[in-house]
Ligand binder design. Structure first.
Ligand SMILES: [Zn+2]
Length: 203
């Protein structure tokens, strides 16, 4: 059974709910950003920072306020130093919000996603003024060949390349040598138990 992770997180990561991107987001957060579960605050919302973007505060103030309220809770109870914002291509949450916004302003979606992340940093910085060391990282998750998800650093324009390290949870636990009972004959091997323990290691 998992225990409470008591070490306070210093980072917040904002990304979309889109289930197609969750494995890529997890991988990116673990291997590029270097966070294990519990080491960061995940703020997972439809469209990521869409509700903090340009024109939203004046044209859709309720969306803007709800997102800011969520952020306020994060900042009130955590010492955040690092804020990571991730938007992604083909975002249905974003598109849905933008369809409504398009009644008022003309929108180039991919351009707006980038602009909004930069705009959101200003909104967040203003809300979190007491954290003077606040650092921002902005990324765009893109769909490449064979549906591979790649990440671009929005501030530098660089494509991110990272190595995948095995997570502690995926490394099979070492069996203590003293407890390993050697079956005496082929017939006595406890097949069912052996299969059970292998399943445990894999899960
Ligand atoms: Zn999305």
């Amino acid at each position: 059974m998992a225990k409470l992770h008591l070490k306070p997180p210093e980072a917040m990561v904002v990304h979309c709910i889109d289930p197609r991107f969750q494995p890529a987001f997890r991988e990116f957060i673990r291997h590029h950003l270097g966070f294990q579960e519990g080491e960061y605050i995940p703020l997972v919302v439809p469209g990521s920072v869409a509700s903090l973007g340009t024109s939203i505060s004046s044209l859709m103030p309720k969306h803007f306020k709800v997102f800011k309220d969520h952020l306020q809770v994060v900042f009130d109870s955590n010492q955040v130093r690092r804020v990571v914002l991730i938007n992604h291509e083909d975002c249905r949450g974003y598109a849905s919000l933008m369809r409504r916004l398009q009644r008022f302003v003309k929108i180039d979606l991919s351009k707006k996603q980038i602009e909004d992340m930069k705009f959101a940093t200003g909104v967040i910085r203003q809300m979190a003024q007491r954290f003077t060391q606040l650092q921002f990282e902005l990324y765009m998750a893109c769909i490449g060949a064979d549906n591979e998800v790649t990440f671009q650093d929005v501030l530098t324009g660089e494509m991110i390349v990272f190595e995948k390290h095995p997570s502690p949870a995926s490394v099979p636990p070492q069996e203590p040598a003293g407890e390993r009972a050697e079956p005496t004959t082929e017939k006595e091997k406890p097949q069912a138990n052996r299969r059970g323990s292998e399943d445990n290691v894999l899960s």
